[in-house]
Design a protein around this ligand. Structure first.
Ligand code: ZN
Length: 164
């Protein structure tokens, strides 16, 4: 087990030291949203370009950039998130978010009702890729907010993009 934990730690540190999609997008046209986790002092800025935003779940996040600062969990999670969602449709991102949050033991009311029981965990793990490395965070409840900050901020950005 410790071999796997070492690998996970390595993946987290790699994303922390070399964050993917770091930077800014011109806003507008990009949507810019900020998220803050006061428990830890983490800050995430998400920029997204959404193509064809009128088509709802079929709309595609064509580009994403991440800014902000904070602990290694918050920053590496946002980096992994950016790599996982870039080029994906809003519908796919919703599924991915649900898989990630369920790994973090967050079961949202309403969302769960339609997908219970979750026997698709193998598929979810495939899709999560590097994000699997954050699995250990669930053992430290106070860090879960660090790991989900980027995702919640992304959700905010998607809501904004679709409503504009
Ligand atoms: Zn944090």
């Amino acid at each position: 087990m410790s071999g796997l934990e070492d690998l996970y730690r390595e993946i987290i540190l790699d994303h922390y030291r070399s964050p993917r999609n770091r930077g800014e997008l011109e806003s507008p046209p990009a949507v810019r949203v900020e998220g803050f986790n006061p428990l830890c002092g983490d800050e995430i800025v998400v920029y997204i370009d959404v193509d064809d935003s009128a088509s709802g779940d079929a709309a595609v996040v064509t580009d994403i950039r991440i800014g902000g600062q904070g602990c290694s969990i918050s920053q590496s999670s946002a980096s992994m998130m950016s790599a996982a969602v870039k080029g994906r449709s809003i519908g796919e991102i919703r599924d991915l978010t649900k898989s990630f949050k369920s790994m973090m033991s967050i079961h949202e009311e309403g969302l769960d009702a339609e997908t219970e029981p979750q026997e698709d965990s193998a598929g979810a793990e495939l899709k999560l890729g590097d994000l699997e490395a954050l699995r250990g965070v669930v053992k430290f409840p106070v860090r879960i907010k660090c790991a989900t900050l980027g995702w919640n901020t992304l959700q905010q950005g998607i809501d904004e993009a679709l409503s504009s």
